[in-house]
Design a binder for this molecule. Structure first.
Ligand code: ADP
Ligand code: MG
Length: 182
């Protein structure tokens, strides 16, 4: 069996989760064994859904550490990982190991944080992946193609969870203008 790594990245609201779900659903139609993971940012362990902003959803398993996926994905042909930016750097080696043993790995995550900086393990994952897809949102200010996630609130924490109305998809000029106003 041949494995490889696919990365789907972009800003918030760019359709990363939608695209991940689309690819995983097609793999299921082809009768492949599919497993979906996302980082457990709290300590609760239970099956949760990966949900896109247009309310498409698919069952997923939250994991606290990337390494857990090596065991949990033992029998899988295809592994999907959403919100990958929240894992630490060990995710890179885990994805490489999965691909090396024949698994198709599809990783979705934010390429940049709210300050426009590369986010966590994403840049390295993009380097080692066979396929990289950047998807784009619509700038809420001007309607152009948006690559940035602008944080509307003043918080400086890298991870600000919960409300999606804390962020706006913005194009480069509108992102820059917003950052200068802060
Ligand atoms: P991501 O996982 O990248 O955050 P999702 O797949 O969850 O994105 O959601 C994409 C959906 O978000 C779009 O299909 C659309 O319905 C909705 N949406 C809301 N705001 C925007 C925006 N500014 N640009 C594009 N899509 C948006
Ligand atoms: Mg998403």
């Amino acid at each position: 069996r041949r494995g490889w790594i696919e990365v789907v990245c972009g800003s918030m609201f760019s359709g990363k989760t939608e695209e991940l779900i689309r690819r995983l659903k097609r793999a299921k139609i082809a009768r492949q064994r599919v497993e979906i993971f996302k980082p457990a940012l709290d300590t609760r362990y239970h099956v949760e859904d990966v949900v896109s902003h247009n309310a498409n959803s698919i069952r997923s398993t939250p994991v606290a550490l990337a390494q857990e996926m090596l065991l949990l994905a033992a029998g899988s042909d295809v592994v999907g990982i959403d919100e990958a930016q929240f894992f630490d750097e060990s995710l890179i080696d885990v994805c490489v190991q999965l691909a090396n043993r024949g698994t198709r790995v599809i990783v979705a995550g934010l390429d940049m944080d709210f300050q426009g900086q590369p986010f966590g393990p994403m840049p390295a994952l993009m380097a080692v992946a066979e396929f990289v897809t950047k998807v784009h949102a619509v700038c809420v200010c001007c309607g152009e193609i948006a690559s940035y996630s602008f944080r509307v609130s003043a918080s400086e924490d890298k991870i600000l969870l919960g409300e999606t109305d804390a962020y706006e998809a913005r194009c480069r000029p509108c992102f820059l203008a917003g950052m200068q106003e802060k």
